[in-house]
Design a binder for this molecule. Structure first.
Ligand SMILES: [Zn+2]
Length: 403
């Protein structure tokens, strides 16, 4: 664990234009790998008091802090909400849209309802401690303790892409003839006129002609055969091609070799922003060991970048203390007799604004180190049961019926 503070950037200029975290010209693999799960993971019962004490260290005033959460709507996001209420003494304002999207149009009322402000944002993913897998979650309240994907919304977005990827893995074949390495590709994948679907980066895949284009070695009834490019040969290695017959490319269809054409609806109530956030890194998502984990990480990164630019520009946030932190909620899949589910948090980045408007962005190492410095005990923690009991003990309020 790196404990040295490295606050990398101060006094950011106001940025007026939205910039996408993932665009085609960045090293997507590297950006995804920079979100580390190694020694960066906090159980919520430890994360929230540390976060409260971190806010206190920045001058946040007890009793005047309004927390907000930007979580998916799943019932398994409730435990973090309860802990936020206990430690900050207020039920969190709701900045969340399904799929872990931040409702940036709700900054106004959030700013109006509190003096010092915090937004905790997270995408989420299920985790099964029995087999160490990410993406599934036991739904304790279903009739037969069913196991379903978590996050279900992200899964519904990925479904189409995973089907396209599976089809391509099974319908691109590697084979040899007269010591020449060949690749046969289904016509559906090759169809350049299709409006939506997986497409190959053909220049990386097959040998090009001197004057452009790709000469087919042979046309079959539903596919075409090409000479494999030297780049594909180097990428997959000699052993990828069978000595006899042909074999599907399978998991060797690496993310560097393909992309997706997809019409993405701009409507935030359907897939909207979530799908927009995931389209560019999608080849790395569908080919990763746990697509729902990689997708949740990518969405967290994209949403932090997008939301940070709306917070830093927002008029009603000027002159207020703000902490905006993004991360990943890992929903530990409960066993059948467990009373309440457990959630872990992996911070990705945080934006901190002081009352004089100076602000900094803390990268993952920095925010993890700052949280680890804090005490796990919160002296201001609210006794929720006691507070509820007091409501019962106090004299009843008679609601006067309007005449
Ligand atoms: Zn969800």
């Amino acid at each position: 664990m790196i404990l040295i503070q490295r606050i990398k950037s101060c006094f950011h200029p106001v940025i007026l234009k939205q910039v996408a975290m993932y665009s085609a010209n960045i090293n997507i693999k590297g950006a995804l790998e920079d979100f580390s799960l190694e020694a960066t993971t906090f159980p919520y019962y430890s994360f929230v008091p540390r976060l409260y004490n971190f806010c206190r260290s920045l001058g946040f005033e007890p009793g005047k802090i309004l927390p907000s959460r930007a979580f998916c709507s799943d019932e398994n996001q409730g435990y973090p909400g309860i802990l936020i209420a206990k430690h900050f003494g207020a039920f969190p304002f709701n900045h969340g849209r399904v799929g872990g999207i931040v409702a940036t149009d709700r900054h106004g009322p959030h700013a109006e309802h509190g003096k010092d402000l915090i937004i905790i944002h997270a995408s989420h993913v299920g985790y099964d401690p029995e087999d160490g897998s990410f993406g599934n979650y036991h739904r304790r309240h279903t009739g037969h303790f069913e196991t379903t994907p978590s996050c279900g919304k992200i899964h519904s977005v990925l479904d189409w892409y995973l089907d396209e990827y599976t089809f391509a893995k099974e319908n691109i074949f590697l084979h040899c003839q007269n010591n020449e390495l060949l690749v046969s590709i289904d016509n559906q994948i090759l169809n350049e006129n299709k409006i939506e679907g997986l497409y190959l980066h053909m220049d990386r895949f097959v040998e090009g002609e001197k004057h452009g284009g790709f000469r087919t070695r042979r046309a079959y009834s539903t596919s075409k055969c090409y000479a494999a490019s030297s780049e594909l040969h180097a990428l997959l290695g000699d052993t990828a091609w069978p000595e006899k017959g042909r074999q599907p490319i399978g998991d060797r269809l690496l993310p560097e070799l393909f992309g997706f054409k997809r019409h993405v609806s701009g409507d935030p109530e359907t897939h909207g922003l979530l799908e927009e956030n995931l389209v560019a890194p999608m080849p790395w998502i569908v080919s990763s060991k746990f697509p729902l984990l990689t997708a949740a990480q990518a969405n967290t990164q994209a949403e932090f970048d997008r939301t940070y630019r709306t917070v830093v520009n927002f008029k009603e946030y000027v002159g207020k203390r703000i902490v905006f932190i993004s991360g990943l909620n890992i929903d530990i899949s409960p066993h059948e007799n467990q009373m309440y589910p457990l959630t872990y948090f992996v911070p990705w980045a945080a934006f901190v604004q002081k009352i004089d408007n100076n602000h900094i962005v803390l990268e993952q190492d920095d925010i993890v180190a700052r949280l680890l410095e804090q005490n796990e005990i919160n002296p201001d923690e609210l006794n929720l049961e006691g507070a509820i009991q007091k409501m019962k003990d106090d004299p009843e309020i008679n609601i006067q019926i309007p005449a």
